[in-house]
Structure formats: C-alpha cells, structure tokens
Design a protein around this ligand. Structure first.
Ligand code: HEM
Length: 414
C-alpha cells in the first residue's frame, strides 16, 4: 500500500467538489486499491474489488447503524429505514422486501409499467416535444402505484413523480435541491402513514397481498407492527427507487443516441442482448458513487488499518470502471456481458454481496426487468433529438444528462 502524504486529512470538501471522481482519483494513487482518508471528521478506509466487496458486506467488519449522515436519511432513505439496520433487526425488515420483489411478482410490475409507457407514447405523439426523464418518472409512478395498491388519481401522478424524483435528486447537496427533497419527504411520509393507518383501521381496503397490504401487516423482530411513519418510509423505499429507474431510462436514451448501432438489436427484441445492454447502462453510467458503513472493530485491509468506529467506503463507481475488471471501462460495450459470465461482486451498481443476507439492493432484478422492457420500447420509438445540453457532469450527484433528454416529433412504433 502506498501511504498518501496526509492520510487523515479531511476530504469532505474535495468530495463535494469532485463528485464521482473523488474516490477513483484517490484510488489511482494506490495500486492495492485501498485509500486512507477522513470524511466528516471521521477516519475512513476506502476499498474496491470483488474481495473488498466480501470484506465490506461481512457483518463482523462493517455495520450500518449510525453510518448514514442525517441529510441522506432525511431525504433519500427516510429515518429508521432498512438501510440503517443491522443483524436480526435488518433480517426481519429485509424479509418484508424480498418476497415482494421476488422474480415471480415483479413480472406484474414490469407489465404495469410497460402498459403505462405504451399509453403515454400515444399522448407524446400529439405534443411538439417531451423530456424523456420527466415522462419516464411519471410512467414509472403510475405503474408502481397500481402494482403496489397505492391509490393514485390521474392528476396526482405528475406531482407525485416530481416528489419522488426530488427525494433522489437532493440527498448529496446542501442547496435548494436538498430542501425540496426534505419537503417532498415530509409530504409523502405524512400521506402514506395516513394510508397505512386507514388500511389497519379498515377505513380503506388494500388489494390483498399488495405491497401496501404487506407493509401495513409487517411485524418487526419484536413482533410489533411497524410504526405508521416507518411503514411510510418503507413503502417509499419501494416506490421511490422504482421511479429512480427514470435515471437509467435517460441514460439508455443517451447511449442509443451516442451509439445508434445498439438500436437495431434491441429493436429486434433480442433478449440476451437487451440484458447485456441494460447491464452495461448500469455499469457505465454514474449513479451510486460509493457506499459506507462503520468499522465494528479495529480493521486491517491490504495493510491499511482503520480504528473501530471509522468509516469503511466501498468504491462503487470506481469498481464499475476498474480497468483490471473491465479492460476498457470507458467504452460503452454491452458485448462484454455476452463474452463472459460476470460475477455478482464484480458489477455492483446496486451494491454487492447477497441481497438475502446483506444490504445488497433487493430491487436489482426489478430494475433490470423494467429497463429491458423500456430500453426495447425506446429503441423502437421514432423521434428526433433536437440540439440540447446532453452533458453528464460527474460533479453532480446524482448525475444525469443536463437537459433530461428532450425529444421532438415522437412517432409510435409501426
Ligand atoms: C439498496 C441502488 C432500484 C429497493 C440499494 C443500494 C443501492 C441501490 C446502491 C445500497 C446497497 C447497500 O447498502 O449495500 C439502486 C439503484 C436502483 C435501485 C441504482 C435503480 C435505479 C431499486 C428498486 C427497489 C429498491 C426498484 C425496490 C422496488 C432497495 C432497498 C434497499 C436498496 C429496499 C435497502 C436494502 C438493505 O438495506 O438491505 N439500492 N436501487 N432499489 N434498494 Fe435499490
């Protein structure tokens, strides 16, 4: 390990300035892929690579309680969310999500979203132009609410989509986006907590076995029902990330525009190619920069030490662009996923390890299913891409094409 000149100098400000590039920039100075630094006043150790993933997801090394800063809990995840639990409490809460997002159930959601997309396309053809990011968020909001049993009037879809996007958009900034996210969370948690109470009191009937029904009936490891506020947090933890797939839809549109050769194979509905395209979108484009937890005990990784209570960071964006793993990481090349089987701890845009026992995203299969359906639909859609700012700034977390990807002259597929 090469020791940086000032290993424990605080890097909170460089992180805010450099965004996604902050950790990869530091990693470049360390051939062993381990960096000692300091964030928010705490010593931190950043790690990368499939073995480091296993180290990070070992509960004897890293736990989550107390690791997430309040501004992230107050916007992106919600307080008391599954993301912040450890041990038995985590497993009991995770058991709420796993059956809901099981492969057999998610087909229903993919169908709802595909139907909502097809309906929306008809309305886009009558308009001079649309912004794909915004439209995809509304489509996903309609689809996920129908599937989850959450009532949604037609005129509520757009404002709800705006709030759900705001929750994701505002977690990593101190500016107006952050305050928008906090207001959106307050509004949506209050509405959903009331809905859960109505289901429990019988004032409203949730469709049997729907997400709403399951969340309302879910019991903690202690046997208690979830507090209505926590139930609302976890309902949002299904609905909000589903709508966040709109980021990947905008990235897929960007990829099809930059490298149109991928359009033909997607249009033909080649399932293996669609899966490879979707993996490459999730690998190539920036979403989660890194993940963090706290050292349960004094830790050593590749010769670098971290005291108990220090921060352990998993370099997600850096690993998805690591030359040792991908060869040509900055080339968009879906074929790489057809050439060799890629290990679950190599490609980690939605975390690593085992989703059943650790914190890996339980919605990964759903994300892939939704994106496959929407990428094929996008490739079949006819539209013009007018001049606009398609820059994706790596300084902005979360990143997206600045214009949101505007299209004009939309024509439905023949
Ligand atoms: C956790 C990314 C979609 C539900 C996570 C984590 C990441 C992530 C990075 C943290 C893993 C960790 O802490 O180790 C994404 C991305 C998505 C997405 C980029 C697509 C835009 C979804 C969907 C759902 C979902 C569609 C459910 C409908 C969750 C939940 C957790 C989680 C409940 C917490 C798991 C736990 O702490 O045990 N996701 N996710 N995500 N995700 Fe996703």
């Amino acid at each position: 390990m090469q020791t940086p000149r000032r290993p424990w100098a605080d890097h909170t400000l460089p992180l805010l300035a450099e965004g996604y590039a902050w950790l990869p920039n530091r990693m470049r100075e360390s051939p062993d892929h381990v960096v000692r630094t300091r964030l928010m006043g705490r010593p931190a150790l950043a790690v990368r690579g499939p073995e480091a993933v296993r180290f990070f997801y070992d509960e004897r090394h890293v736990h989550r309680h107390g690791a997430l800063p309040e501004p992230v809990r107050g916007t992106l995840f919600g307080k008391g969310a599954v993301h912040t639990l450890d041990g038995d409490a985590h497993r009991a809460r995770k058991s709420l999500f796993l059956p809901l997002l099981h492969v057999e159930r998610i087909a229903g959601l993919v169908e709802e979203v595909a139907a909502a997309w097809d309906e929306a396309v008809t309305s886009w053809t009558g308009r001079p132009g649309v912004v794909l990011f915004d439209e995809a968020a509304v489509v996903l909001t309609r689809g996920v609410c129908r599937w989850a049993g959450v009532p949604l009037r037609d005129d509520e879809a757009e404002p709800l989509a705006r709030d759900l996007v705001a929750l994701v958009d505002g977690f990593a900034t101190a500016g107006p986006r952050h305050w928008r996210a906090r207001r959106a969370r307050g509004r949506q948690e209050a509405r959903l907590a009331e809905l859960v109470e109505d289901v429990r009191s019988g004032a409203m009937t949730a469709p049997a076995d729907s997400v709403l029904d399951r969340v309302a009936r879910h019991r903690e490891a202690s046997g208690e029902l979830l507090e209505p506020g926590t139930a609302a947090v976890e309902l949002l933890n299904v609905i909000r990330p589903t709508v966040a797939v709109s980021w990947f839809v905008a990235f897929a549109a960007h990829a099809l525009h930059r490298w149109p050769l991928h359009r033909e194979r997607l249009r033909a509905g080649d399932a293996a190619y669609a899966a490879a395209f979707v993996h490459e979108v999730r690998r190539f484009y920036p979403f989660a920069p890194f993940l963090g937890g706290l050292a349960v005990t004094d830790l050593t990784w590749n010769g670098a030490e971290l005291p108990r209570g220090g921060l352990v960071l998993l370099d997600v964006y850096g690993q998805n662009h690591d030359e040792k793993l991908w060869g040509d990481p900055y080339t968009f090349r879906p074929q790489r996923f057809l050439e060799r089987p890629v290990g679950a701890d190599e490609l980690i845009p939605q975390g690593g390890g085992d989703p059943r026992t650790g914190h890996r995203c339980p919605g990964e299969g759903l994300t892939i299913g939704l994106l496959e359906a929407l990428a094929i639909r996008l490739a079949r859609l006819e539209y013009t891409v007018p001049a606009q700012d398609l820059t994706i700034s790596l300084r902005r977390i979360p990143a997206r094409p600045r214009s949101g990807f505007a299209v004009t002259g939309v024509r439905a597929p023949a």
